[in-house]
Design a binder for this molecule. Structure first.
Ligand code: ATP
Ligand code: MG
Length: 464
C-alpha cells in the first residue's frame, strides 16, 4: 500500500475482496483530492457499481457486518476489523427543487455520471481501491473533468455549468469559499462569477449548514482567500450584512488597514480554533457606525466593544450558534480592547482577571486573541509583542497566586454571612458579597473569616 493509507489498509483489502468481482470499488471525492495533494486525508468515501443489496449480501457472505445506513442514497456501511466503510452505489441526482436536495436519486449509473453530480472538479475524481496498492497510480486515476490539472493549478472549478450547479444546491458556493480557505486555492473565474447570480438559492440553505461551512472556512489555513470571495460575491450579506460597512472604513495611526482588512488579518493570525477565529472576524464590527474624527483629524471609535458585542450576539443568534461557543466569542469581543498598562495597580490587574473569570474566559485565550489583534494592526509589531509579553507575564504571576476572583472564592459564604447578620437571605447578601469581593481584590490577604467577618459587620452596621 502507498503511504498515507493509514491503519485501515488491511480492512479495506478485506472489503475489496468481499465485494469482487465486478464491483469497481472506488475511493471517491475528498479523500482522493487530499491524497493527491499529500494532505492528511479525512474520511474515505467508497463507491461501487454494485447495488446496495449486493453489497450487503456479498459482505455478509464474506463474514463482514453490513448495515443499511443510508439506503435512500444507496449507502451501506460495511465493517471490517472494527472499521466502518461507507459504500455508495454509483448514482445520479434527480431534479433539485428546494435548492438543497435532489428530489430523487437513481442508482445503477456509470462512474462518470456519479462523478458528474459532484460539486467541483477537484472533488470529482476516483481511484480504484486495488490501484492504491500499486507503487504508482496516476494512470489509473479516473478524472473526467480535469480535477488533477485544477489541483495543480490550485483552482476550484464547478463540474459543468456553475450557474446550473449552483441553482441545484445553494450550499455549493459556500463550499467553494470554504475550500479556497482550506486549500489556499482560488475560485475559477466563471465559477466565481456565477455565485452572485444564485444568491437566492444560497439564501435557502439552513443556518446550521451555513454556520458549519463558515466555521470550516474561518478555521482553514488561508481564511482570507475564502473570506474575500465570500464578501465580493455578496454571500456574506445573506447572513451577516452588518459586516459590509467594515469594508473601506479607514482607521487611525494605530492601524495600517481599514476595519475589514484588519479583521481578515486578525482571523489569519488567530489560532485556528472556532472561538478565536469567529471573534477575530467580528470583534470590530461595531466600529463603522461609531467612527468619529476630531478637529486634529484623529479618528476614534468610542465604545465600539459594546456595540460589537451587541451585533456579534445578534449574528450568532441568527446562525443558531451553541451557548458555549457564543459565550466565548462574546467574551473575547468584550475584552479585546482592554490592555493593562504599567500604570495599572496589581489590584486593577486582579479586577481585570476577575472580569475574565466572570465571563469564563481563560487568561491564555485572551492572550492568544490579543496577539492576533495586535499583529493584525500591521504596525510596530516588535514593540507591541514586547509589551504584550510583559503584560502576560505580570498577569500570569498574579493569577498564579490564585487570588479570590469571584464571590464563590470568599472564605465566608452566603450562609455564613446570614448567620453573622442573624437575618434571612435577600438581595442584601449579593450586595455584601460584592462589597467583600471588591475588598479582597484590592487586598487578597483580607480573605480570611476574621477579616471578612469584621468587614461584613461594618457593612451591615452602615446598611442597617
Ligand atoms: P471534507 O474534507 O470536508 O470532508 P469532502 O470533499 O470530503 O471534504 P464531503 O462533504 O465529505 O466533502 O463530501 C464528500 C464528497 O461528496 C465531495 O468530495 C464531493 O464529491 C461530494 N459532495 C459533497 N457535498 C456536495 C454538494 N453539496 N454538491 C455536490 N457534491 C457534493
Ligand atoms: Mg469528506
Amino acid at each position: 500500500m502507498k503511504q498515507g493509507q493509514g491503519p485501515n489498509q488491511k480492512a479495506l483489502a478485506l472489503v475489496s475482496e468481499a465485494l469482487a468481482p465486478g464491483a469497481q470499488l472506488m475511493v471517491v471525492g475528498g479523500w482522493v483530492r487530499d491524497h493527491l495533494l499529500g494532505r492528511v486525508a479525512g474520511d474515505m468515501d467508497l463507491a461501487t457499481a454494485l447495488m446496495p443489496e449486493d453489497v450487503m449480501r456479498r459482505s455478509k457472505a464474506a463474514g463482514l457486518k453490513a448495515l443499511p445506513t443510508g439506503l435512500q442514497h444507496g449507502t451501506v456501511t460495511v465493517i471490517a476489523n472494527s472499521h466502518g466503510f461507507e459504500i455508495t452505489t454509483f448514482r445520479g441526482d434527480g431534479d433539485y427543487r428546494d435548492g438543497r436536495h435532489p428530489e430523487s436519486v437513481h442508482l445503477g449509473v456509470s462512474l462518470r455520471e456519479d462523478l458528474a453530480r459532484r460539486d467541483f472538479t477537484i472533488n470529482a475524481m476516483a481511484l480504484p481501491v486495488d490501484s492504491l496498492e500499486d507503487a504508482e497510480t496516476p494512470e489509473r486515476l479516473v478524472d473526467p473533468f480535469g480535477g488533477k490539472s485544477d489541483l495543480e493549478q490550485r483552482i476550484i472549478r464547478a463540474v459543468g455549468d456553475p450557474l446550473k450547479r449552483f441553482a441545484e444546491d445553494g450550499l455549493r458556493p459556500l463550499r467553494a469559499c470554504r475550500f479556497a480557505s482550506q486549500l489556499g486555492f482560488d475560485i475559477e473565474e466563471i465559477t466565481l462569477s456565477a455565485i452572485p447570480k444564485r444568491l437566492d438559492v444560497s439564501a435557502k440553505v439552513s443556518v446550521e449548514r451555513v454556520f458549519a461551512e463558515l466555521t470550516k472556512l474561518l478555521c482553514g489555513p488561508d481564511p482570507k482567500r475564502g473570506l474575500q470571495p465570500l464578501a465580493d460575491s455578496g454571500l456574506l450579506d445573506l447572513w451577516m450584512p452588518e459586516l459590509r460597512p467594515m469594508i473601506g472604513c479607514t482607521q487611525n495611526r494605530h492601524h495600517r488597514f481599514p476595519v475589514w482588512e484588519h479583521a481578515l488579518e486578525a482571523v489569519a493570525f488567530a489560532l485556528p480554533e472556532p472561538a478565536l477565529r469567529w471573534a477575530a472576524l467580528l470583534h470590530d464590527v461595531g466600529k463603522p457606525s461609531l467612527r468619529t474624527a476630531d478637529e486634529t483629524g484623529g479618528v476614534h471609535f468610542y465604545g465600539h466593544e459594546a456595540l460589537s458585542m451587541e451585533i456579534t450576539s445578534a449574528i450568532l443568534a441568527r446562525l443558531k450558534v451553541g451557548h458555549a461557543l457564543s459565550r466565548e466569542v462574546l467574551a473575547l469581543v468584550r475584552h479585546h480592547g482592554t490592555f493593562p498598562t504599567d500604570e495599572w495597580s496589581d489590584a486593577a490587574c486582579r479586577r481585570f482577571l476577575a472580569k475574565l473569570s466572570e465571563d469564563g474566559l481563560p487568561l491564555k485565550q485572551w492572550g492568544h486573541f490579543r496577539i492576533a489583534d495586535q499583529l493584525a494592526k500591521g504596525i510596530d509589531e516588535t514593540s507591541n509583542m514586547l509589551k504584550h509579553q510583559i503584560v502576560m507575564t505580570r498577569l500570569g504571576k498574579l493569577a498564579e497566586e490564585n487570588p479570590p476572583l469571584s464571590t464563590r472564592a470568599l472564605s465566608l459564604d452566603g450562609r455564613a454571612l446570614m448567620e453573622l447578620a442573624g437575618k434571612r437571605g435577600g438581595p442584601w447578601v449579593g450586595e455584601l458579597q460584592n462589597h467583600l469581593l471588591a475588598a479582597v481584590l484590592e487586598d487578597p490577604s483580607l480573605n480570611s473569616s476574621e477579616s471578612l467577618g469584621s468587614l461584613a459587620k461594618n457593612w451591615l452596621h452602615s446598611h442597617a
